[in-house]
Every structure is written in structure tokens, then in C-alpha cells.
Design a protein around this ligand. Structure first.
Ligand code: MEV
Length: 439
């Protein structure tokens, strides 16, 4: 784990200095950083992952700072195109530090495969017949992946559901598979296909779909943190954050945006580590609807001292083996930055990041609103598209914010002014983002 995830001034460092700071905190060597350079993953390598490939689409890769998880510091790799996300997660993690940072836990890594049986004349009796034969079905499934069984994984149980659909009652068998450090899709799909013939014979019907469910509600990770009242801005801010949370808990329209804020953090880490963002997103939103009504994935309350306590529990189907996690060079480096050795560790870091992201968004919404940070970013984009260097852009952003004018012609005029040396706008700006801001 990182020696110290609090890296002073990280945000304002050059890219090279940031690499040195990450290397110092994690012990990563130059070779690891070479793996995130464009040359390490060109179209040739990309063509091994997808089809019809003629290029590579790049995204910013950064690291959130300040995270302490279960008493250990960790740098969190994040890939995202959205400004303010990484800064906001880092800022929220800083506010959790005085109370010990994040505490996390997980269920066993159980993924489920579904086998749909159709044309079954007696679904209730078929269910009983399958349960009577479950040991042989489980043995057959486990025979598909002896290595998984050897490391303590494999099928741990079987469930049979009767699903009333429009034209029939389907017998749907669920295999509960402990997939250990894998995301698990391949393992469970192979097992589902292998046992479907036997299940169809037992049910005296036909097998149709044989695929995992992304409603991974037996593979949950949790994160909890106490955010310091004073660092949040005092008790009124805490109360307003609670009002913001309560609206999400009560109103699906707000819950969708609230959960999107959580996913800003979650998807960024999932993507950086080469995992399947769509699987995690499908799991998240189905979980948000678990009680039949779409609601907030997180909860917030006040502790006895008036600090804000956040909790997040959600499915987290991510792995360290298989898929892009092993073959994408940048993902491998990201996993080294996070210094995880089990899928469980990674899942818990991801959920902690989601909670931090959520808190940061609620805080900014309950105080200054998102637009200040957003307009700074907009100003920076305008300056860069007018041809400003990074230093010039910082100075121009300051002026635009002071003047509350975000017109391109004004940007051009300021740039010309700067270059002619006519005046020197104050260049001590903070850059494009407010510390806790979100788009
Ligand atoms: C923007 O990407 C995310 C937020 O809308 C989340 C939220 O509203 O809680 C700021």
C-alpha cells in the first residue's frame, strides 16, 4: 500500500513530478510508467481486445490522493474524461482522514449464472426434481473449472426460481459460483452452458438462455466513513448535505443523478483497472432498485458529535485475472498503483471511491453549486482553444472569472494583451477546478 496517500501539492505538479511522487509512494519503477504511455498500447495491441480496430481512444489517467482504507493509505487510479472528479474524490478522502478514513468489507465473491428452461409442463415439480439432483449438477459445473475449485472457488449452491412471464412460467436455475479473484463472467457462463443439457433433461424441457446475471447481489462490497463536520464547513453544511441525501432517498429523479455521482468515481477506477464498466453499472442500478423502487445507493446520517457518516453497499463484480486487467498495460500499472493483491481489495477501494465521490458532489451541491467549478473549466477550455499555453491559460481563467465573462473574443483579447506585455493578469489562479467541484 502507498506509504502516504497525502501528497502535498500533487495537483499543481508537472506530469513528470507526479510520476515521481507516485513512484515514491508506491515503489513503482520507470518501466511501470512506460506502460501507460501511448506507445505501450497501440492499434496492434488494441486489436487483440476488440474487432475492426484502426486506432486507440485515450483518456486521462490520474490518481486520487488522501485515501486511507482500513488503516492503510492507498493511491486510487482513475480514468475519466470528466473534470473535477479526481480532485473531488481526493478532497472528500481528506475530510474522512481525521476519523480514520474508510472502513470496508465484502461478501464472498459469488457470481450467479442463469439457465432458462422452457417448454416445461410441470414447473413446480421440475423445480423439485432439479433440487433433488443438485449435487450432480454442481459436480458437473465444478468439473468445468478444476483450477477455480482448487483455489477455493467453484459452485457453492444452486437455486431454482419460477418466473411468471407473459407466455409461460419459466424454470430459471441459478448457479452460485465463488469466482475468487476473477470478475467471473467466463467461468460462470462456461458452467451454465455445460449443465444446461442435464437441467433440461431433469426438467423435461429445453434450455434456452445460459448466461450470468449482472444483478450481482450476492457479491457486495461496502464502505463506511465519517466525514469531519468542521472540514465539511460546519453543522449547517452537514444538515444541508443530509437534506440533499434525503431527496435522493425519496425521489427517483434525484436518485438517478445522485447515483451518477457515485458512478463517476466507481466507473473511473473500474475502467482504469481494465474491468467491465457496464457490468458494474448494471449491477449498481439494479441494486438501487432492489426494494422495487429506485433509490439512493448510499446512506448518510449524523454521528453523536455531528459529523457526517456515509455508507455505500453495492455489487462490485471486478477481478484481477482475465480480460483487459491482464492484457492492457495501463490497467496493469493502475493495479500496481492501487497495490491490490485480491479482487476483494480492489472492489473495496472502488466502493470507497464511490462514497467519496458522492460526498464531494453533495457537499458542492449543498454549498456553492457546481457551476463555479464548471465555468472555470469552461474558461480554461476557451483559453486553450484560443492557443494559450498552460501558464497563459491560468492567468486568463483568473481574469474571466473575475470579469464573469466567458466569451471567446474576450479570451482572444486577453491573450493578445498578455503576449504584447500590455498588462500582466494576476497569474496565481488555482486552475480549472474548485477543490470539491464537479461538473
Ligand atoms: C455530475 O457528473 C455529478 C453530479 O450531478 C452528482 C450529483 O448531482 O450528486 C454533480
Amino acid at each position: 500500500m502507498a506509504e502516504n496517500s497525502r501528497i502535498a501539492g500533487f495537483r499543481n505538479m508537472s506530469v513528470n513530478d507526479r510520476r515521481s511522487a507516485v513512484a515514491e509512494a508506491t515503489g513503482l519503477d520507470d518501466g511501470a510508467f512506460a506502460q501507460i504511455d501511448a506507445t505501450a498500447f497501440g492499434p496492434e495491441q488494441a486489436a487483440n481486445l476488440s474487432e475492426n480496430v484502426f486506432g486507440v481512444f485515450s483518456l486521462p489517467l490520474g490518481t486520487a490522493t488522501n485515501f486511507t482504507i482500513n488503516g492503510t493509505d492507498v493511491l486510487v487510479p482513475m480514468a475519466t474524461e470528466e473534470a473535477s472528479v479526481i480532485a473531488a474524490a481526493s478532497n472528500a478522502a481528506r475530510m474522512a482522514r481525521p476519523q480514520g478514513g474508510f472502513s470496508t468489507s465484502s461478501t464472498q465473491p459469488i457470481m450467479q449464472a442463469q439457465i432458462q428452461l422452457i417448454n416445461v409442463a410441470d414447473p413446480h415439480a421440475a423445480r423439485s426434481r432439479i433440487l433433488e439432483h443438485q449435487d450432480e449438477v454442481i459436480d458437473l459445473a465444478n468439473a468445468q473449472d478444476p483450477k477455480l475449485v482448487e483455489v477455493g472457488g467453484g459452485v457453492k449452491g444452486l437455486d431454482v426460481r419460477l418466473v411468471e412471464a407473459k407466455s409461460a412460467t419459466y424454470v430459471v436455475v441459478h448457479l452460485h459460483v465463488d469466482v475468487r479473484d476473477a470478475m467471473g463472467a467466463n467461468a460462470v457462463n462456461t458452467m451454465a452452458e455445460a449443465v444446461s443439457g442435464s437441467l433440461a433433461a431433469i426438467a423435461q424441457g429445453d434450455a434456452l438462455l445460459r448466461i450470468l446475471t449482472n444483478k450481482a447481489d450476492l457479491r457486495l462490497s461496502r464502505a463506511r466513513a465519517v466525514f469531519d463536520k468542521e472540514m465539511l464547513g460546519g453543522s449547517e453544511v452537514v444538515d444541508n448535505i443530509l437534506h440533499a441525501y434525503e431527496l435522493a432517498a425519496a425521489d427517483p429523479y434525484r436518485a438517478a443523478t445522485h447515483n451518477k455521482g457515485i458512478m463517476n468515481g466507481i466507473s473511473a477506477v473500474v475502467l482504469a483497472t481494465g474491468n467491465d464498466t457496464r457490468a458494474v453499472e448494471a449491477g449498481a442500478h439494479s441494486h438501487a432498485q432492489a426494494d422495487g423502487r429506485y433509490t439512493s445507493l448510499s446512506t448518510f446520517e449524523k454521528d453523536a458529535e455531528g459529523n457526517l457518516v456515509g455508507n455505500l453497499e453495492m455489487p462490485m463484480p471486478v477481478g484481477l485475472v482475465g480480460g483487459a486487467t491482464k492484457v492492457h498495460p495501463a490497467a496493469r500499472t493502475a493495479l500496481r498503483i492501487a497495490e491490490v493483491s485480491t479482487a476483494k481489495d480492489l472492489a473495496e477501494i472502488i466502493v470507497a471511491t464511490g462514497l467519496a465521490q458522492n460526498l464531494a458532489a453533495l457537499r458542492v451541491l449543498a454549498t456553492e453549486g457546481v457551476q463555479r467549478g464548471h465555468m472555470s473549466l469552461h474558461a480554461k477550455n476557451l483559453a486553450v482553444s484560443a492557443g494559450a499555453t498552460a501558464e497563459e491559460a491560468t492567468a486568463i481563467v483568473e481574469r474571466l472569472i473575475a470579469e464573469k465573462s466567458f466569451r471567446f473574443d474576450r479570451v482572444q483579447a486577453l491573450l493578445a494583451e498578455l503576449r504584447s506585455g500590455a498588462r500582466t493578469p494576476d497569474a496565481q489562479g488555482t486552475g480549472a477546478q474548485s477543490s470539491g467541484g464537479q461538473k
